[in-house]
Design a protein around this ligand. Structure first.
Ligand SMILES: [Zn+2]
Length: 538
């Protein structure tokens, strides 16, 4: 109270940072736009006109002139596999390679930087882009990497090429049989292995690759966090896949190498092993959610459907647990004060999950916890009605949704009548359902701007396109709500954390199919600049 009185008498409090001359999209309905922001320590002091913010500027205030650029709240990615992303970043990136010669020189460069005998993994090549118009071979790789075992994955990840050292380390010879649904290519004349492995035969090699050391994982994950901040993401809902990720994130935090805020979502089998961690409720690192898997994935035809997949009357996916099992796991999660995050992709799985949630709503709301369904991909009007009624948060990844149509051909595999209700984002939002957005990086691109583009410019069933404002909300204010953090983040308003992103252009004034091209110029987390685009004049 005393500080409030003091401020009335003399303007002793000045901002540490002021962003002026901008176009601020606050995501606060009470004050949607502004010109400037004043920040003190890690919080927003004031959002307003340049004149209003001027009053907060003292001699020690750092002033950034935005020159008309747009500021939005820091993006929140509600579904990202940070540790996996880190591992991918360590791999040799072959996406842009246009010939086998180029592939060899990239590999050669990597060999020179790698100690002898250490595995080199790469990904992203595609022979259709090669000048030579042929698959790379064992001998192409041997000539530049005789001592380091090498596996280079095709961009589809369904095929790879390896060198002789990799075969030796994996104990694979010309006599090794491929498994039922895999293939090992051989030279038609000599019968010798060509180095190409397909489908499940690629597992024979992967098994031989040693797990990265803790230090390697720490470095990889730290790099991933930097890239995430550079994409304008200030908070992540980190989907944990392996128990090794928990000590990694704890160490990064302790070492001050975690620039982004982290809400960990762990698999249910780790619930008991993280009790020590749960007691801390830090602003920047906490365990928040626990995943229960109710079914599989559409693309693998393991998502549980009421009616079979088109053309396969025997296949309708399977529920991975009974309703009783979902109920008891969700109860345990609520008891621990955490958020049940239930993966349910098919309509039959969503129905089973909703039935469970309907029995637990009063327990959850008593604790102030919202249930969250991951994907909720295939819906119908009845299911949407139930989701709305019990206020379940629906978590989607718009780039995954786009791939489901374009890569998996959802319309063919489900039939147009059902595909119409695949990721019906506009209907969900119009019904008042809280939808939150994520990337599923590294399987899909990291950029939230690409995710926004995918949601507003979707090509399949365009009647389910959402507006840019709605898309921004699913990555900011609504995402903050889903983790119970709407009071501290998700919009730019006084008292909230100064998590902000400066964009090269205003997404609301950009053609929908160009939103992904907008550049992130600066990222601030708690008022601290954690990223600034290279060559950006200040
Ligand atoms: Zn995922």
């Amino acid at each position: 109270m005393s500080s409030i009185k003091l401020r009335g008498k003399m303007p002793a409090l000045f901002a540490d940072l002021a962003l002026v001359n901008g176009k601020v999209r606050t995501m606060n309905p009470a004050q949607p736009t502004a010109e400037a922001i004043a920040v003190g320590k890690d919080r927003i002091l004031k959002v307003g006109t340049n004149d209003e913010i001027n009053q907060w500027i003292g001699k020690n205030t750092k002033i950034i002139n935005l020159n008309g650029k747009t500021v939005v709240p820091g993006f929140i990615d509600t579904h990202i596999h940070v540790a996996d992303f880190g591992r991918f970043l360590m791999w040799l990136d072959l996406k842009h390679v246009k010939s086998i010669k180029e592939l060899q020189s990239s590999l050669k460069e990597r060999v020179q930087k790698t100690s002898s005998g250490k595995w080199i993994i790469g990904r992203g090549w595609n022979q259709d882009r090669f000048e030579e118009k042929r698959l790379p071979t064992l001998s192409d790789l041997d000539s530049v990497s005789p001592d380091n075992p090498v596996i280079l994955y095709h961009e589809s990840a369904m095929m790879c090429v390896v060198n002789s050292k990799a075969l030796e380390m994996s104990h694979i010879t010309r006599l090794t049989p491929a498994s039922m649904d895999g293939a090992i290519d051989r030279d038609q004349k000599t019968g010798e292995l060509t180095g190409i492995f397909r489908d499940s035969a690629t597992d024979l090699l992967w098994k031989a690759v040693p797990e990265p050391s803790e230090n390697e994982l720490l470095d990889a994950t730290a790099l991933a966090c930097k890239k995430i901040a550079a994409a304008g993401v200030t908070s992540v809902h980190w989907m944990v896949l392996s128990p090794v990720e928990i000590p990694i994130v704890e160490k990064l935090y302790a070492q001050g190498k975690l620039p982004i805020r982290v809400y960990l979502i762990i698999p249910v089998n780790l619930l008991d092993s993280v009790a020590h961690f749960r007691s801390t409720h830090e602003l920047s690192l906490r365990i928040g959610g626990v995943v229960i898997n109710a079914d599989g994935y559409l693309a693998a035809k393991s998502a549980a459907l009421f009616q079979p997949y088109n053309g396969e009357p025997q296949t309708s996916g399977t529920l991975l647990c009974t309703q009783e099992e979902i109920y008891s796991a969700a109860s345990r999660i609520l008891e621990a004060g955490l958020q049940p995050v239930i993966h349910a992709m098919g309509d039959r799985a969503v129905d089973a999950v909703l039935t469970t949630i309907e029995q637990l709503t009063s327990e959850a709301s008593g604790k102030g916890i919202s249930f969250r369904i991951e994907q909720a991909a295939l819906l119908d009007k009845m299911l949407i009605e139930r989701i709305k009624k019990i206020e379940v948060v629906v978590s989607v990844q718009p780039c995954v949704a786009a791939s489901e149509f374009s890569v998996w051909s959802a319309s063919e595999n489900l039939g147009p009548l059902r595909a119409r209700w695949l990721y019906p984002l506009k209907t969900l939002l119009e019904e008042g359902v809280r939808v939150v957005g994520g990337s599923d990086c590294p399987m899909e691109p990291l950029s939230p701007l690409l995710g926004i583009q995918a949601a507003v410019a979707r090509e399949f069933f365009p009647e389910e396109r959402i507006s840019v404002d709605q898309a921004l909300r699913i990555y900011t204010s609504d995402a903050a709500y889903s983790s119970g953090e709407e009071n501290i983040k998700g919009s730019l308003e006084e008292g909230k954390l100064a998590d902000m992103v400066v964009l090269s252009r205003d997404p609301l004034a950009t053609a929908p199919n160009k939103i992904g091209d907008i550049q992130v110029e600066m990222t601030f987390i708690g008022g601290r600049m954690v990223f600034k685009r290279k060559n950006l004049a200040s």
